[in-house]
Design a protein around this ligand. Structure first.
Ligand code: AMP
Length: 399
């Protein structure tokens, strides 16, 4: 079923030679641009900084503020379609672009998924199982929510949180007040939070899926994800989970993309509970870190799939050619002793590990916790693929 209200409903696909816009200038934008340029498109990024990873690959970067509708409208007029690589932009940015060009997914999807309180309300209203939670807008509501959900629990800012930023675990009653103070520190006004009951999960998985203009959904196999300090550390596929769990996750992802009306790529992250439930953790209306291994491991990678989906082209096969694993390279891997010159990781040693591929995003400053690149390995089994990326990273970061 064609997406309702799309300005391109009767205009057919955007073909190679067209100009694609990407809102955000990070690594997801640069990998999108690489895939699109290979296919013969021109790609222009919209970013609030000129020296961004996407600038290395895009034909042009439009530098301006995400909250400047006049700037966005002027840029958008030169683009055949715009998609997102980053959701922490005002939803009004998507709306300003949608006045002048096609935006996929539609700004409404961004509006729902960029705020945890709205996202949770959407999940509940559409019958998707998620962690028990309460929306919290004051200290008093936090105390009530803690009483209702019990401890441990996680307090998360509703907006502008990522990679564990804006989150605090409440393990004991004594953690409640300090967490409230810490997460409100520096806030200009009252903030909205979501308190989530703690999920004692068996593992975390994610499904990256594309939904085409005609409503067709193509999902990649669920990735098994391990986090370190709330940041994705290692993803591997196949996950080794029972077929029933894989089918349930793929089915939820497919129904969620349809319910949201996504045209493009989205990622659904899940908790698998010890008693076998598949709970939605969060939704990203874009490609995802846990899908990077699809570049090497699948017949169509997630970035080419994003190009196909937003351009109204047939979706590619998500078939996996072999087991694969991905390890993130954070800024911590760079030796950054202020007393000495910064030292790059030992890439030659990492690349000596068989089956390993290196992706670096071109970020100049290697700060702790900053995603600087990733390694992907293919192997005969997922365990061997994980062993290879782990060993390659150990060698790169000098153990
Ligand atoms: P999020 O940004 O919500 O994806 O949270 C980052 C990571 O924190 C997740 O991938 C989990 O590893 C952990 N986490 C978040 N929420 C919970 C929860 N309710 N229970 C247990 N762990 C959680």
């Amino acid at each position: 079923m064609p997406a309702a209200g799309s300005p391109r409903a009767d205009r057919g696909p955007i073909l190679p030679g067209g100009t694609l816009g990407i809102l955000g200038g990070g690594q997801l934008g640069s990998m999108f641009a690489a895939a699109a340029k290979r296919m013969g498109y021109r790609v222009e990024a919209i970013s609030d900084v000129a020296d961004c990873p996407a600038a290395r690959v895009c034909d042009r970067v439009h530098v301006g503020a995400y909250d400047d509708p006049a700037f966005l409208a002027q840029v958008g007029r030169g683009l055949d379609v715009v998609t997102f690589e980053f959701e922490n932009v005002p939803a009004a940015a998507g709306e300003a672009l949608a006045q002048v060009t096609v935006v996929r997914p539609e700004p409404q999807v961004l509006h729902t998924t960029q705020d945890r309180a709205r996202e949770k309300a959407f999940l509940v209203a559409h019958g998707f199982a998620c962690a028990p939670h309460r929306v919290v807008r004051s200290r008093h509501e936090l105390r009530e929510a803690v009483a209702a959900l019990g401890l441990p629990a996680v307090l998360k800012t509703a907006a502008f949180g990522y990679d564990g930023k804006g989150q605090a675990k409440l393990a004991r009653p004594a953690d409640v007040e300090p967490a409230w103070e810490a997460l409100n520190a520096g806030a200009d006004g009252p903030r909205t939070f979501v308190l989530e009951g703690w999920i004692d999960f068996d593992c975390e998985i994610s499904v990256v899926a594309a939904r085409g203009f005609d409503g067709e959904v193509a999902a990649f196999a669920p990735a098994r994800n391990a986090h370190a300090n709330h940041i994705l550390d290692i993803s591997s596929v196949p996950s080794g989970l029972p077929d029933s769990v894989l089918a349930a996750a793929a089915d939820i992802a497919s129904r969620l993309l349809a319910a949201l009306g996504v045209v493009g790529v989205a990622c659904v992250e899940f908790f698998l509970t010890k008693d076998g439930r598949v709970l939605v953790n969060e939704i990203a209306p874009r490609t995802h870190n846990s899908g990077h291994l699809t570049i090497e491991a699948c017949e169509t990678g997630q970035f080419e799939q994003q190009v196909r989906a937003v351009c109204g082209l047939p979706l590619g096969s998500t078939r996996q050619v072999g087991p694969a694993a991905m390890a993130n390279l954070l800024g911590d891997c760079w030796e950054n002793d202020p007393a000495r010159a910064p030292r790059d990781p030992d890439w030659a040693a990492a690349l000596a590990v068989p089956g390993v591929r290196l992706h670096l995003y071109g970020k100049r400053e290697p700060r702790p916790g900053r995603k600087m690149g990733h390694l992907t390995a293919l192997a005969d089994s997922p365990a061997e693929a994980v062993a290879r990326v782990t060993e390659a990273r150990r060698r790169a970061c000098r153990g």
